[in-house]
Design a binder for this molecule. Structure first.
Ligand code: F6R
Length: 366
C-alpha cells in the first residue's frame, strides 16, 4: 500500500516526521526530556575509542554520528565501511565498543565486521530497523530504529531514523562522560524533538523541488559539496541521485574542490551545495563562488538567512530554503530536500524509482 503516493519511496519520505517521532520516543523519557538508552544500553565512560561500521547510506549515518560523538562526548571514533573494516587488521582497544548500523540487519559485510569485532573482544552495539534480524540478535546492546518496513530500495526514512537514534546515543554518551550538562542535554533533546515539525515544514518544498528536478534530469554529471557535518550529506545526496536516476553524481568535501574536482566544472555540471547556516557556512559559500566564477551552475540548499547571506543569489541556478535548526542537527532536516531532489529527478527521467536496476534491498552476499 503506497498510501496514495505514486511510489513507496515517496510514501516513505513523507512518513519521516511520524517515524522520527516514534524512534525518538524509545530514546527520550517524555517526563524528564532526558535521553535514556533502550535495553541494556552501553557504558561509554571507560572507553577511549568507539569503532563504527556499516554500508552505503547507513555508513553515511555513521559518518555524521562521528561528528556528534566527537563534539558532545569527546569520544574518538574509528569508522569505516564494513567491506573494508572486516579485512583490515584493526588494532581494537581492549574492552572496546563497536557499533554497527543496518536497516535490514542482514547485510553480509556488516555482519562479518560485527563478528570480527566480537572475536576481538569488543562489546557489540547494533542500530537496526528489523529487530528480528541477524545483526540485531548478535548484538549485546540493541538500539532499534522504528522506521517501519522500508520497501523502496533507496533508503530514506531508515536513514533519518538512524540519525535520530545516533544523535540520542551520542547525547547519552556525552552525559555519561560528563561533557554535556543538564542544560545542554535539554537543549539538544528539545532540538531533536522539534525535528518532526521542521521536517514537515521542509516537505512543503516538494513543488519547488519538482521544478528544479525537471532541469537536473538533463544533467549527465552532478557534484554535491558540503563541509563538516554536511560533507557526509553531500555523499548521501550523490548516492541517492545516482542509485535511482542513474545520473553520475559525486559528493565532495567543499575544501577538496581545488585539489582536483574543480577541473570538472563547466556549465553542464550542476553543483549542489549543502550549506546550513553554521560556523563553516562562509567557507563553503566561498567555494561555491569559486565554482560560479568558472561558469558552474550552482544550487544552494541552506536556510533562508543563509541564501540571503550567500549574496549574488540572482546568479544561483536554484536554491532551496530549509527551516533553521541547531547546526549539528541539520543533517536530519537537509535529508528532506536531498531525498526529494533524487526522487523527482528519477520520476522526471522515468526510471524505476522503487526498484532501481542491479540493486537489492538487502545485500546478503559479499
Ligand atoms: C542506499 C541504500 C544502501 C543501504 C546499504 C546498507 O539508499 O539503501 O546503500 O544503505 O545497502 O543496507 P543496510 O542498512 O540494510 O545494512
Amino acid at each position: 500500500d503506497k498510501g496514495g503516493h505514486r511510489h513507496f519511496m515517496a510514501k516513505e519520505i513523507y512518513e519521516q516526521p511520524e517515524v522520527i517521532g516514534h524512534t525518538l520516543s524509545s530514546f527520550i523519557d517524555p517526563i524528564t526530556s532526558k535521553v535514556r538508552l533502550p535495553g541494556k544500553g552501553i557504558d561509554f565512560r571507560g572507553i577511549d575509542r568507539l569503532t563504527m561500521s556499516a554500508c552505503g547510506t547507513a555508513y553515511f549515518a555513521g559518518l555524521i554520528a562521528k561528528y556528534w560523538f566527537e563534539e558532545w562526548a569527546r569520544l574518538p571514533v574509528e569508522i569505516d565501511i564494513a567491506s573494508e573494516l572486516r579485512y583490515r587488521h584493526v588494532p581494537y582497544p581492549e574492552k572496546g565498543v563497536a557499533l554497527f548500523i543496518s536497516q535490514s540487519g542482514e547485510t553480509a559485510d556488516t555482519l562479518a565486521a560485527l563478528r570480527d569485532a566480537r572475536e576481538h573482544g569488543q562489546t557489540i552495539a547494533a542500530l537496526v530497523n528489523v529487530p528480528e534480524s541477524t545483526i540485531a540478535r548478535e548484538a549485546d546492546a540493541l538500539f532499534p530504529t522504528h522506521a517501519g518496513p522500508e520497501i523502496g530500495v533507496a533508503s530514506t526514512k531508515a536513514f533519518t531514523c538512524q540519525l535520530a537514534s545516533l544523535a540520542a546515543v551520542a547525547i547519552a554518551a556525552g552525559v555519561q562522560r560528563g561533557h554535556l550538562d543538564e542544560k545542554e542535554e535539554k537543549r539538544l533533546v528539545e532540538g531533536l524533538l522539534g525535528m518532526p515539525r521542521h521536517m514537515s515544514e521542509a516537505l512543503a518544498m516538494a513543488g519547488e523541488v519538482e521544478a528544479i528536478a525537471a532541469d537536473l534530469a538533463k544533467a549527465r554529471d552532478v557534484l554535491y559539496l558540503g563541509r563538516g557535518i554536511s560533507f557526509p550529506m553531500a555523499l548521501e545526496g550523490a548516492l541517492k541521485l545516482k542509485e535511482i536516476s542513474y545520473i553520475h553524481a559525486e559528493g565532495y568535501a567543499a575544501g577538496e574542490l581545488k585539489h582536483g574536482p574543480i577541473a570538472l566544472i563547466d556549465e553542464n555540471v550542476p553543483v549542489i551545495v549543502v550549506a546550513p547556516d553554521d560556523a563553516l557556512f562562509d567557507k563553503t559559500i566561498s567555494n561555491m563562488h569559486e565554482v560560479m566564477a568558472r561558469g558552474g551552475k550552482c544550487m544552494l540548499i541552506s536556510s533562508e538567512k543563509g541564501i540571503r547571506a550567500a549574496g549574488r543569489s540572482g546568479d544561483l541556478w536554484a536554491s532551496l530554503a530549509v527551516p533553521e535548526c541547531d547546526p549539528l542537527l541539520a543533517p536530519l532536516l537537509y535529508a528532506i530536500p536531498i531525498q526529494l531532489l533524487a526522487y523527482h529527478t528519477a520520476v522526471a527521467k522515468g526510471t524505476d524509482v522503487d526498484q532501481p536496476r542491479n540493486l537489492a534491498k538487502s545485500v546478503t552476499v559479499e
